[in-house]
Structures are given as C-alpha cells and as structure tokens.
Write a protein that binds this ligand. Structure first.
Ligand SMILES: Cc1cc2nc3c(=O)[nH]c(=O)nc-3n(C[C@H](O)[C@H](O)[C@H](O)COP(=O)(O)OP(=O)(O)OC[C@H]3O[C@@H](n4cnc5c(N)ncnc54)[C@H](O)[C@@H]3O)c2cc1C
Ligand code: FES
Length: 289
C-alpha cells in the first residue's frame, strides 16, 4: 500500500506499532521477488520425458547464484494451488533468461510440457542457499538424472575460476541421461563421466561406484551432489570416508517455499532446518539421515 493512502496513526499507536512495522519491513526485504515471465524456448525429449524450458526472467537471471531454485506458478492450473520448485539449470544475465530442466512426473510438469513460446507464468525467486565451494581447488560433481540441473551454474563458476573439475552424470538408461552435451562442452568429455544402471551408455553401474573409483585415483577437496536420496546418502558416506567437504542438494516436497509452513524441515546436527530457505544445499556432515 502506498504510504500516502495509509490512515494517520495517533502518536500512541505509532509508538507501539513502530516495532511491528519494522518487523514487517524486514520480512518483506527477506522475501524472494515475484517475477512474471514469458516462455522464450521449449525443448522436449519425448523418449526421456524430460524438457528444457527457457524463460525471460531478467531479475532472476541477474541475481541467481549456483544451487538456487525458483518456485513456479503455472497459468491454467488453478486446481494445483501450490507453486512447484525447480532448480535454475542455466542463466544468462545479458539475455535476461533462465532455463529449467524438468522431468514430467505429475500434473504441474505435464502442464510445463504443454507451454508454448509466449506463455506467461510467475516465478518466486531465486530462493535458497546455493553451493559454497569456498576455495576448493579439486572438485567432484555428481548429478543423478535431473539432479544434474543445479550443478551446471556451479560447474560454470568453478571453470571460470580455473578449478580442476570432474563430473559424474548418471541415470537408469541412456534416454534419461541429461545435459551431457552442456557439461561436456564446459569441462571436456574426458572429465565428464557417464553412468547408466543398464550399461546402455558409459560406465555400467551407479554414479557412486564411478565416484569411488575417481576418488581412489585423484585427490579432491570438495564434492557437490544432487539426485535421489539413496544416492546422496552414499555420496555422503564416500565423502566422510575420504574426509572431503561435501554439499548435497535435497529435493524435499515444498509448500510455501518461503520458510513459513515448516513442511520441508530437515533434521541437522545444528537444529531443524527448512530446506526451502536454509537449504536446499546442506553440508553432508550435518545431515541426520
Ligand atoms: C529445491 C528443489 C529443486 C528441484 N529441481 C528440480 C529440477 O530441476 N527438475 C525437476 O524435474 N524437478 C525438480 N524438483 C522436483 C519438482 O519440484 C517436482 O518434480 C515437481 O514439483 C512435481 O510436480 P508435479 O505436479 O508434476 O508432480 P506431483 O503430482 O506433485 O508429484 C508426482 C510425483 O513426484 C514426486 N515429487 C513431487 N515433488 C517432489 C519433490 N520435491 N521431491 C521429490 N519427489 C517429488 C511425488 O512424490 C510424486 O510421486 C525439485 C524439487 C526441489 C525441492
Ligand atoms: S516449504 Fe514452507 S517452510 Fe519450506
């Protein structure tokens, strides 16, 4: 509401509400921005059921940090009132665009698949803590399926800093392996290791098996991973055994995405943390699995 349209408070009311007003101001400042945006590109693989949706979202594109996500509200999906969280896969501040990588699993993602260029939607974000590799010099990144999405901006940042980087991208089958070209283009195909459970592409086995071999071969000082929770638990165990700092991005179900509903609480050694605003990236050592 504009300041001029507010009714004038009495001096006494002003005194006792000033703290409250300040509290409101600080909550407002902490809230992620809401941005109306337009679809500028849609690519979809029918075989994989996975797509890339590029949005004109200049505010988000300019402010996003690697590992953050946006909370998406889709037009024409009023029956599903909750926004849906998606990692920012790619961002281009100069073009004012962000790209989301999405796998069709239910109503909202089916609807995303139907969006054409020009469709309008709303995003809240960027939200969340993001990766903190610090001064790491030798990094290992692991992405399981669409869990590769929050790793791309991190990989870009590390490559720009001249950090030695190795990637493991895994999926059940070759059709579900995503972002191979994007990551290989960034770090070179020799540093981009692929795994499939059925052996249809790359190493036959799990990302964690490939990671264990890489950890035995070379020293690393930071591991980042996103994917299914059983994979993340194994990554945490590998990192603990090798005494390497490790961060994991957790994909918890989220309702508000603002830290208010406590629906996404994660138990950590420090306290209960909200995956939406305190995460989704957590230090692996602090997670109480
Ligand atoms: C921080 C964060 C980042 C994410 N990033 C991506 C991403 O980059 N790409 C992507 O494809 N998905 C991502 N997800 C998951 C995505 O939010 C869900 O797949 C989506 O909300 C499903 O909506 P839906 O209506 O299509 O399916 P629903 O009908 O809501 O659910 C369909 C199925 O998916 C499962 N599911 C739904 N939401 C989640 C969730 N949050 N975590 C685990 N399982 C879930 C449900 O249990 C159900 O089995 C992310 C989730 C979080 C929390
Ligand atoms: S989704 Fe509501 S507190 Fe995290």
């Amino acid at each position: 509401m504009a300041e001029a349209s507010r009714p004038e408070a009495s001096p006494a009311t002003r005194d006792c509400t000033s703290g409250l007003a300040e509290a409101f101001v600080s909550v407002e400042c902490a809230l992620p921005q809401c941005e109306d945006c337009t679809v500028v590109a849609q690519r979809f693989s029918e075989r994989a059921g996975i797509g890339e949706l590029t949005l004109a979202a200049p505010l988000c594109a300019a402010g996003v940090r690697p590992g953050q996500f946006v909370h998406l509200r889709l037009p024409g999906l009023e029956a599903h009132i909750l926004r849906r969280p998606f990692s920012v896969y790619r961002a281009c501040a100069s073009a004012g665009t962000i790209t989301l990588l999405y796998q069709v699993v239910g109503a909202a993602t089916r609807h995303m698949r139907s969006l054409s260029v020009g469709a309008e939607l709303s995003i809240l974000g960027p939200v969340g803590s993001g990766w903190e590799p610090g001064r790491a010099q030798r990094c290992l990144l692991l992405g399981g399926g669409v869990g590769a999405a929050p790793l791309f901006l991190l990989a870009e940042e590390l490559v720009a800093r001249g950090v030695a980087l190795c990637l493991v991208l895994g999926a059940a089958t070759r059709e579900l392996l995503v972002c191979e070209d994007a990551f290989a283009g960034l770090v070179g195909s020799a540093r981009c290791h692929l795994t499939t459970d059925d052996g249809s592409r790359g190493f036959k086995g799990r990302t964690t098996e490939r990671a264990a071999a890489l950890l035995a071969d070379e020293p690393y000082d930071y591991i980042a991973a996103c994917g299914p929770e059983p994979m993340l638990r194994k990554v945490a165990a590998l990192a603990a055994a090798a005494d390497i700092r490790c961060e994991l991005s957790l994909e918890r179900r989220m309702a508000c995405g603002l830290g208010a509903c406590l629906g996404c609480v994660v138990e950590t050694t420090r306290s209960n943390q909200r995956a939406c605003v305190d995460g989704p990236v957590f230090n692996a050592r602090e997670l109480c699995w």
